[in-house]
Design a protein. Sequence first.
Length: 418
Amino acid sequence: MRWRTVEDVASGAVRRRQWPAAGIAVLVSVLVSVLAVTAPGPALAAPAAPVPTPTPEPALPGQGPGGEPVGGIRLGTVNVQVPAGAPALPANISARGWVLADLDSGDVLAARDAHGRFPPASTLKVLTALTLLPRLTDKKRVIACVDADVDVDGTRVGLVPRGRYTVDVLFQSMLMASGNDAANTLARVYGGVPKTLAAMNAEARRLQAFDTHAATPSGLDGPRQLTSAYDLALISRAALARADFQRYSTQRKGRIPAQKPKFGAFEFANGNRLLYNYPGAIGGKNGFTDAARHTFVGAARRGSRRLVVTFLHGEHRPTSLSEQAARMLDWGFSLRPAVAPVGTLVEPADPGAPPPTPSAAPATPVPPTPAESAPLPAGERDRATKRNGVPTAALAGGIVGLTALLWAGMAVARRRRP
């Protein structure tokens, strides 16, 4: 083997160390290979992969997908909000969350914890009706009840298994008598409870009622089933725009046909006391569960104005919720029409628009073309030079340093050669 020499000083004497030429050749070969790998070349195309659609995160109470309180910033607080210069509100309003709004202009005239989330109880049937009325259009269609329809807790109108009822009677029973058996039957007729709930929640999103989640078609308490006074106003506004809903909501009496030979016909009354006690009442819905406490929606017309009031988590004291609603409506009608509102009822989302993306979910970046590229900030430049996690600049510096050491060693060897 042929040897090259490099001198070293040890113990006061000069001792010769020899490096094999083959070793130097191997080292040079490795350095050349590394330089070839790190040298810039044509960029490799990343394998095509489908871009996942961001899953919307549930908005915080009072926030839409953009992160702002729906209907205005004043509605994002739990405090009572009234217009400047308005008269004092009626005393003893028991609801923890409430909204008073103009159905035509959409002005929110006053509110307390408008976006606070509470169980809705049977006021959720307004959303059930709004969802199913345009889908079950044949109101004369006759439906035969099954055991599962009537095996339900809470208020029942009195449907019986194998009883035959028209869709019209079922809507009357659900909205006027708050029959949970009727709500279950309508959901089954549409295609089942899961399909009905999916449609109800989609309708809530269309209305921008982002505080609302339906888990039962009847309003009986269910997992994460919540709404807000603001959302109830949005839902009620949309429902009261339908002539069929208004007809059911203002009808005072309904009739269940006889189911021979066992069951005779009977009548039932509308449970919305506002219809009987408030001139100009145009509809509403009451509800109760232990978790929700008392809930209420009431609407009335006076002259050319139509107002709606929504109550959540209220109590029938010192007066009933319908009487509390009447006093709130009187207060609202007493306001000047030009009063500055505390918020607004937003319009439904454009059905042709893409689903809203939460502000927390960044949009998928589109790689710029070379003509669109701009100089990177300093911090981004460092990240852009990395390849497989190692900075190219660091590799280049190491290679230059090793090469310099190699040539220095060879120079020393040449100077010390005898």
